[in-house]
Ligand binder design. Sequence first.
Ligand code: SF4
Length: 280
Amino acid sequence: MEILIAETAGFCFGVKRAVDMAFKAANSHSGKAATLGPIIHNPQVIQKLAHRGLIPIEKIEDTHKFDLLLIRTHGIPQDIYKKIQERGINVIDATCPFVKKAQEYAKLLKEEGYRVIILGDRDHPEVKGIVSYAGADTLVVKNAEEIKKPGRKVGIVVQTTQPLERLKEVVSRVVETAKEVKVYNTICNSTAMRLRETEELAGEVEVMFVIGGKNSANTKQLARLCQRIGVRTYHIETADEINTEWIKGIKKAGITAGASTPDWIIQEIRDRLEYLSSKD
Ligand code: SF4
């Protein structure tokens, strides 16, 4: 069986950087260390880090038990950052530089007197962080339809994972009434590239293996895309889940993986598929 692996499968730049920082911290720190929220949506990586003493915690109230805190790629709101520093906890900031840019642009727009509109999901941690830099009158919208009265002087920033089409619609809506509009396109193209390549690959093979945490939004999005194309799709986290029956008679299989999937898991799955197909 021929096995094709998407070039964009696995860690994006920001996640790779954050995971490297987390392992470095876990290996060198002798005190009590934590991440505010899981560093990535991958239970195997979280487990490895926990074994090395880097524990994910959910609430800011729990930080007092730790002397080192790692901030994940999504970033955190300004007031929480301040609270952590006031408690004298050392911080390793693994906020993705692209997310940091969106925070900085939001702050800049506020300082220049723009009413900030953020295109994104208001419940997402990344957006909550950006909002904290953007001022009290900030509007967070999921789409153009949600914009009623944008104001006269409007600045726009975008959650990094939003599609470009939606940003274009938002800008078109705002320019209908606003007199001055400044747009920072803070979309990260890593997600779009991964989706494009997965779509192409799924069109070429008989079965697709989508690897990543079952709770990872971007992995689930990849699996849904493959299913929509009509190719038989398996969303798995580890090589143990593979059933021999899935590849019976298959000549060409494809592998893609979400942004939180480490290379070693992708390799394990490729090796397992090769082994099982050699016995078929
Ligand atoms: S998807 Fe883009 S913005 Fe998000 S962590 Fe990865 S590189 Fe950073």
